[in-house]
Design a protein around this ligand. Structure first.
Ligand code: GLN
Length: 486
C-alpha cells in the first residue's frame, strides 16, 4: 500500500474511526521505504524500532479519544534536525557518528502532536546545494525520473513525500532548499517567514536566512504541519512572539478580489519555455477565479544571487568553525599535534562544496575585504527587502516561477557551480527579504517532470498563501498525479 495520494486529514479520519491503526500505517510506510529506497536513496537513517513504539502509543491515545493534530501520522525530517535518540549527520562525513543530546524544537512539536518519526532524510552536506548531489550519503534520485536530481538541499524530504514513503516531512530553506526540491518533485513546500518556526536544534548554515518548513502532498496537509510547528520558542532568540493564526480556518476563502503581482524581473530570458507556459497558465486560472493580476517590479532582483552567496558563505564559514574534531562528530588525528588534528579532521570531514563555501566566506569576512563584500551585500539585502515591502503596498501576493528549469540530470551541473547557484535565482530573494513563500505543483513538462509555481506573501501572512494555494489546488487536477515509481 502506498500513501502517495492520501492526505493527512483523510488518514486522521480513518485513524479516529479505527478503520486503520497507527501501527499498520507506520509498518506500511516502512515497507514502502524498504521497497523503494534502493532506487531513491532518500533516507540516511531509519528508526524503525522507535517508530513502532511510538505507533503503539499513538494507537493507545486514539483508542482513548486523546491525541493531537498528527497522532499516528508517519513523518520524517531532514537530517539537519537534531534528534536525541537517532544520529544527525547533516549529510556530512564530519558528523557521521554524531548523536545530539537533545531534540530540535520542531521535532518535539511534531511528536507532541502525535506524529511518528520514521527516519532522517538525505540532504546536501550542511544544506549547501541545489541537487542533493553534495551528500556524504550519496545522491538522491527524483521519483519522477530516476536519472534526474530531486533538487536540494532538502532533496530527501521532497523525494520521500512524492514517492509516498512518508505522509509529510520537514525541510529547511536558506535560499530555496524547501521550495526548489518541492517544485522538482511535484509536492507542496513552504518556507515560513523568518522567525515563524523555531530553529532551535537545527544545525546552522546561514543563521540570518535559515528557516524550517513543511513538505507535503497537499495544501491542507501543509497547513496542518505548519500549525504543529509554528510559534514562539524562548530557546531560539530569532523566533518571533506573535500569535499563530489557525491555518486550517478559512482555507477555502478563495482569491476573489485578491491582488496578485507578477514581478516583471522574474519572467525573463533564461526561463525554460515549458516552465513559463505552466506558470502563465496558473496566472490565467487565478484570473478566472476572480483575482486581479497586476505587473509589479522588484528592481534589485539582479543582485540577489551575488549578495546571497556572500552573506550565506560568510555566515557558514563562522558557523562551521565549530567542527574541529574536539566537540562534535568525527576526529582524524595522526598524533602530529592540535593544529594537525584540526587540519586533518576538517580536510577529511568536509566535502568539496562545503570547503569551497568556507573559503569564500572566510575571504569575504577578512579584514580589508569586509566592507567591500559582506557589508555591501548586507546593504543590497536591505534594498531587496524594501522592494518586496513596496510591492506588498500594492498587492496581496506575488506569483513567480520556482526554478528556471524542471529537474536536471544527475551529474549535469556538478562541475559548474555558478550554473548550479543560479537554480535558486527565484527563491533566494525571499530569504534575503525574510518573508514567506510556497512552491505549489502546477504542471508537468512534456518529459513528465513536475513544474512548480511560487506564491510569495507578506511577512507572517502564511495564511494568505495557503488560501490562494488551496484555491488553485481545488481548480487543478494535480492531486491525482503520482510519480511512476513502483
Ligand atoms: N542552493 C542554495 C545554497 O546552496 C540554497 C540552499 C538552502 O536553502 N539550504 O546555498
Amino acid at each position: 500500500m502506498s500513501f502517495s495520494n492520501i492526505s493527512i486529514s483523510q488518514l486522521r479520519r480513518q485513524l479516529l474511526k479505527g478503520e486503520i491503526t497507527a501501527i499498520a500505517l507506520t509498518r506500511s510506510c516502512l515497507e514502502r521505504i524498504k521497497a523503494t529506497d534502493a532506487q531513491l536513496n532518500a533516507f540516511i537513517t531509519l528508526c524503525e524500532e522507535q517508530a513502532m513504539t511510538a505507533a503503539a502509543v499513538a494507537d493507545q491515545q486514539l483508542a482513548n479519544g486523546q491525541g493531537g493534530l498528527l497522532t499516528g501520522i508517519p513523518v520524517a525530517v531532514k537530517d539537519i534536525f537534531n534528534t536525541r535518540d537517532v544520529r544527525t549527520t547533516c549529510g556530512s562525513k564530519i558528523l557521521a557518528n554524531y548523536v545530539s543530546p537533545y531534540d530540535a524544537t520542531a521535532v518535539t512539536r511534531l511528536q507532541d502532536e502525535g506524529a511518528i518519526l520514521v527516519g532522517k532524510l538525505n540532504m546536501d552536506e550542511f544544506a549547501m546545494g541545489s541537487s542533493n548531489e553534495n551528500s556524504a550519503a550519496g545522491a538522491v534520485h527524483n521519483p519522477w525520473d530516476l536519472s534526474r536530481v530531486p533538487g536540494g538541499s532538502s532533496g530527501g524530504s521532497a523525494a520521500a513525500v512524492a514517492a509516498g514513503q512518508v505522509v509529510a516531512a520537514l525541510g529547511t530553506d536558506t535560499g530555496g532548499s524547501i521550495r526548489q526540491p518541492a517544485s522538482h518533485c511535484g509536492v507542496v513546500g513552504l518556507k515560513p517567514t523568518y522567525g515563524r518556526v523555531s530553529r532551535y536544534g537545527v544545525i546552522a548554515y546561514a543563521s540570518s536566512l535559515d528557516q524550517v518548513g513543511p513538505v507535503t502532498r497537499s495544501v491542507e496537509d501543509c497547513a496542518l504541519m505548519l500549525s504543529a510547528i509554528a510559534g514562539y520558542d524562548p530557546a531560539d532568540s530569532t523566533s518571533v512572539d506573535c500569535p499563530v493564526p489557525d491555518y486550517m480556518d478559512n482555507l477555502n476563502a478563495g482569491v476573489g478580489g485578491k491582488k496578485i503581482g507578477l514581478p516583471k524581473e522574474y519572467f525573463v530570458a533564461g526561463l525554460d519555455p515549458e516552465v513559463k507556459l505552466a506558470v502563465e497558465a496558473t496566472v490565467e486560472t487565478y484570473r478566472r477565479m476572480g483575482a486581479e493580476i497586476v505587473e509589479v517590479s522588484l528592481p534589485h532582483t539582479d543582485y540577489a544571487v551575488a549578495s546571497y552567496y556572500l552573506i550565506a558563505t560568510a555566515e557558514a564559514s563562522s558557523n562551521l568553525a565549530r567542527y574541529d574534531g574536539v566537540r562534535f562528530g568525527v576526529r582524524e588525528d595522526d598524533g602530529s599535534g592540535l593544529i594537525g588534528m584540526y587540519q586533518q579532521t576538517r580536510s577529511k570531514g568536509f566535502g568539496d562544496e562545503v570547503k569551497r563555501r568556507i573559503m569564500l566566506g572566510t575571504y569575504a569576512l577578512s579584514s580589508g575585504y569586509y566592507d567591500a563584500y559582506y557589508l555591501k551585500a548586507q546593504k543590497v539585502r536591505t534594498l531587496i527587502r524594501q522592494d518586496f515591502l513596496n510591492a506588498f503596498d500594492r498587492v496581496d501576493l506575488l506569483l513567480t516561477p520556482v526554478a528556471p528549469t524542471p529537474a536536471f540530470k544527475i551529474g549535469a551541473l556538478m562541475n559548474d557551480p555558478l550554473h548550479m547557484y543560479l537554480s535558486d535565482i527565484f527563491t533566494i530573494p525571499v530569504n534575503l527579504a525574510g518573508t514567506c513563500a510556497m512552491s505549489l505543483p502546477c504542471g508537468l513538462s512534456r518529459e513528465g517532470l513536475p513544474i512548480g509555481v511560487q506564491l510569495i506573501g507578506r511577512p507572517f501572512a502564511e495564511a494568505d498563501i495557503l488560501q490562494a494555494a488551496y484555491a488553485y489546488e481545488q481548480a487543478s487536477d494535480w492531486k491525482e498525479r503520482t510519480p511512476p515509481l513502483r
